[in-house]
Write a protein that binds this ligand. Structure first.
Ligand SMILES: Cc1ncc(COP(=O)(O)O)c(C=O)c1O
Length: 385
């Protein structure tokens, strides 16, 4: 068998996933503190309304538009506000697919995109599968996370085509500040780079700093092309419906939109039912998000109450998003610690190294975990870290 060199050399699971599989096959119940699938976290979804929205007569006909249905785009534009228009949007089957389209749009094989780290680990593979290389540029922590714009400028090469940022970031929760936005867009403009801004978590601000950039759409006239990515998987906590989108603004937006429409036309991957349902789903989204936000805040309060009795443990601010980082003494590697907690406490956490967090001393937990399980999980792991 001969596979493309874009693929990994092997498909063996990492030590944590392998350990989890072994324990589960032995019948061990595992308390999962990493769950990010909202449909398994005990939220009360408006089920009848969701099902009715997916069962409209419109789903029986096929009327493809490479940009996606206008009614869905109108509803998404209204969700974002800030003057976004239906014409500025292109629908995708997920944010991941959006990255694939943008990497095809912007790069040739061997080109690079810059990604501040720590960040969402999927970028590496999403870029490689399009023949590109994701080059990480470490951010730094001083009271909060900061982009290292000097290091980013130094990392720009003749092959660099774009910068990818997540606002707020996963798992650090870092919202870009307005100063970072100005510096980043100027850097991209200076070097002819596009800026991809993933705002899937933008509706989940928890401890946001006053100078945060709530959304890239606040800037009506960025000096570089900006592609904002989002989708129902976080906006409405409905990942199973597979609807994402790209919003274009800045220089060249109309030309980029034609090229993206050409790319999307080769796949037409967004289903008619989810496009027909999108306006209703977005109308239901605030009620679902309120529950999610309530869960995130409850778990954060539980965590702070428990941390008060654990002077060796702490957490950085959680500006936004669904994850939080626990700081611990680096007595072993993060991965060894996660394996230890899995074996000895039957509890799953993510090591910071999964997200490229520098050094050891960080575990990453999901604040989406049902409250009672979150409290029980902390009780199990705190004596062991
Ligand atoms: C930063 C970020 N972007 C995108 C996604 C995935 O979105 P989608 O389900 O639309 O592909 C995730 C999922 O956790 C994420 O953390």
């Amino acid at each position: 068998m001969r596979l493309s060199s874009r693929l990994p050399r092997g498909f063996e699971p990492n030590a944590l996933t392998a350990g989890l599989g072994r324990l589960r096959s032995e019948g061990r119940g595992i308390l999962d503190l990493t769950g990010s699938n909202p449909t398994r976290c005990g939220f009360a979804y408006p089920e009848a309304a969701i099902l009715a929205a997916l069962a409209q007569p419109a789903v029986l006909s096929y009327d493809p538009d490479p940009l996606g249905s206008r009614s869905a785009r109108v509803a998404i534009a209204a969700h974002h506000g800030h003057g976004l228009r239906a014409e500025d949007l292109l629908l995708t089957a997920s944010t991941s697919e959006g990255y694939g389209l943008l990497f095809k749009l912007l790069g040739d094989p061997g080109d690079e995109v810059l990604v501040p780290s720590p960040s969402y680990p999927l970028f590496d593979w999403l870029a490689r599968l399009e023949g590109l290389r994701a080059r990480t540029v470490p951010s730094y922590f001083h009271e909060r996370w900061h982009l290292d714009l000097g290091a980013m400028e130094a990392a720009v090469s003749p092959r660099t085509r774009a910068v990818v940022v997540v606002n707020p970031n996963n798992p650090t929760g870092h919202f870009l500040s307005q100063t970072e936005w100005a510096g980043l867009t100027a850097l991209c403009a200076r070097h002819g780079l596009a800026l991809l801004v993933d705002e899937v978590f933008a509706d989940y601000a928890l401890e946001p700093p006053a100078d945060r950039l709530g959304t890239a759409l606040i800037d009506p006239d960025p000096p570089c092309p900006v592609f904002l990515l989002s989708g129902l998987s976080k906006v409405a906590a409905l990942p199973q419906l597979k609807l994402g989108w790209i919003a274009l603004h800045g220089p060249g937006a109309a030309e980029y939109r034609s090229a993206l429409a050409f790319l999307a036309d080769q796949y037409l991957s967004v289903s008619a039912p989810v496009q027909a349902a999108a306006p209703t789903l977005l109308a239901l989204a605030p009620g679902i998000r309120d529950q999610v936000l309530g869960r995130l805040r409850t778990n954060l309060a539980t965590l702070d109450a428990e941390l008060a009795a654990q002077p060796h443990l702490s957490r950085p601010p959680v500006e936004g998003g669904w994850s939080m980082m626990l700081r611990r003494p680096a007595v072993d590697t993060d991965e060894a610690c996660a394996l230890r907690l899995l074996e000895s406490a039957s509890t799953l956490v993510h090591p910071g190294s999964f997200f490229d967090l520098p050094g050891d001393g960080h575990l990453v937990l999901s604040l989406l975990t049902p409250d009672a399980l979150f409290r029980e999980g902390l009780g199990r792991i705190f004596p062991l870290i």
